[in-house]
Design a protein around this ligand. Sequence first.
Ligand SMILES: *Cc1c(COP(=O)(O)O)cnc(C)c1O
Length: 395
Amino acid sequence: MAFSSDNSFSRPTCAQIDLAALRHNLRRCRELVSGTGIRLLAVVKANAYGHGAVPIAQELARFGVDCFGISLVEEGVELRQAGIQGDIVVLGGAWSDDDEIVANALTPLVFSRDQLVRLDAAAARAGSVVRVHLKLDTGMSRIGITLAELPDFLTALSAARRVHVEGLASHLANSECLEHPQNAEQLALFRQARAVLKAAGHDPRWCHIANSGALLQLGEARDGADFNLVRPGIMLYGEAPSLELSEVSGLRAVLSWRTSITHLKTIEEGQPVSYGGRWTAPRRSRIATLPVGYADGYNRRFGNVAEVLIRGQRAPVVGTVCMDMCMVDVTRIDGVSLRDEAVLLGCQGEQEITARELAERIGTISYEILTSVGARVPRVVVDSDESQTPRSRDE
Ligand SMILES: *Cc1c(COP(=O)(O)O)cnc(C)c1O
């Protein structure tokens, strides 16, 4: 895919979002639950893991996804304003935006009596109802009602007449690790809680606990019987939740982060590069400057650690990454010239730099790499399989 030059931003740094890769990953998610009738909730929180929530949700909706997961009420409002219909589940829980929730027909996860009271009141003010999923804490110790708290919660629920329980949800702490004993414990607690709900006359339509890790490998968490909805996030964006799973997942990266060389120079042996002289040329060297830095989310710890792709080859990032720029050593790459494309994340020629690779270089996870791509980096939506794009009239 060539770097597109017809964009309105002046700096040649952008994140390309490939809708064909997104559709490919959606197909992979669906294959894993095919024939089970399981519903897919596409997690598009945190600006769709940095990819751009609106174009991602619109493309998924165009291919039949009718349920989305976000963290914040304002993320749900953004999707509604962009015309997204269907269910939008507020996975992060909501604290004070009850009227917004009701007005935008969002589906919050609830796990406190206080939320029930406030949502019930908001629904009454609007003359409507609010649909919710109950959030259970089965072992994350983050948000959610515990089994012990459930009876009290159900008492409060019966008083909240405008609150309709449509789902029961929990979250796994170790889904990427198949053998972890906590998985079985969490599933068992979920089933117990569901039995308590049933005995109290509640039979939530959607029961769910599976994120990408569980969707990929934990069949019990997506059996179509106890669990009839799955919530993949990272998979949709083309990364597996763990190294072992990345080998089997067959996913394609959706985001590629591209820029081009804005300055090129030869420096002599012994010449230091960038702040603090943390890299010194071991020989006469060709140094390329790239217009991207830590203010764009290109982590400062990538200095002397990460590589970029130029002319299909790997060039090491040398010296400290600056706020708006970084330098790479292109001495070993023939024919490098000004304005050559540099790929920070993604494919070029035969080479690929994955979010996982960057994550491992600085001791984090691919989720953090993707969600760190800064707001200052324009997202450019492309489609590497144009046959799937509705043709515009003048074509
Ligand atoms: C983020 C999130 C997911 C998606 O997790 P992935 O590992 O990205 O698939 C699912 N459920 C909840 C509650 C989440 O917060």
